[in-house]
Design a binder for this molecule. Structure first.
Ligand code: HEC
Length: 105
């Protein structure tokens, strides 16, 4: 018996729906971060770490540490500023969801 066209269509669309739901929206504050960490979390400048694909809980905690002054890195403290938890979470989600690329030479 052939699968109904509707079932086939649903099967084709379901993964799309799932990935769209998983993909975080581009954070409003990403532009500044991208100057050093890249839009997709691959570092653009010497000394900046790659962020793509790092664990969400780790990125969130790291950003809180910069924001609250528990990590003493003046550059990052200045970059993150007095960000609220929602924005901070959006940035951590964005970078965590990126796929790491091969490092630049
Ligand atoms: C001027 C360059 C610059 C900008 C702009 C910048 N960063 Fe960073 N970032 C760095 C550097 C350098 C480090 C390493 C600091 C350290 O030693 O802790 C870092 C570290 C981090 C880390 C910790 C990574 C790890 O593996 O522990 C995170 C997360 C991060 N940045 C996110 C961001 C976000 C989000 C923004 C935008 C709000 C941003 N950065 C803006 C340079 C920058």
């Amino acid at each position: 018996m052939r699968a109904s066209p509707t079932a086939a269509l649903l099967a084709a669309l379901l993964p799309l729906a799932a990935s769209a739901a998983d993909a975080p929206a581009r954070p409003a504050r990403l532009g500044l971060c991208a100057a050093c960490h890249g839009e997709t979390g691959m570092a653009q400048v010497p000394g900046a770490p790659n962020l793509a694909g790092q664990r969400l809980d780790y990125l969130r905690e790291a950003l809180k540490q910069y924001r609250d002054g528990r990590r003493a890195a003046p550059l990052m403290r200045a970059a993150i500023g007095p960000v609220g938890d929602a924005d901070l979470d959006a940035l951590a989600r964005w970078y965590s969801a990126q796929t790491p690329q091969a490092p630049r030479p």
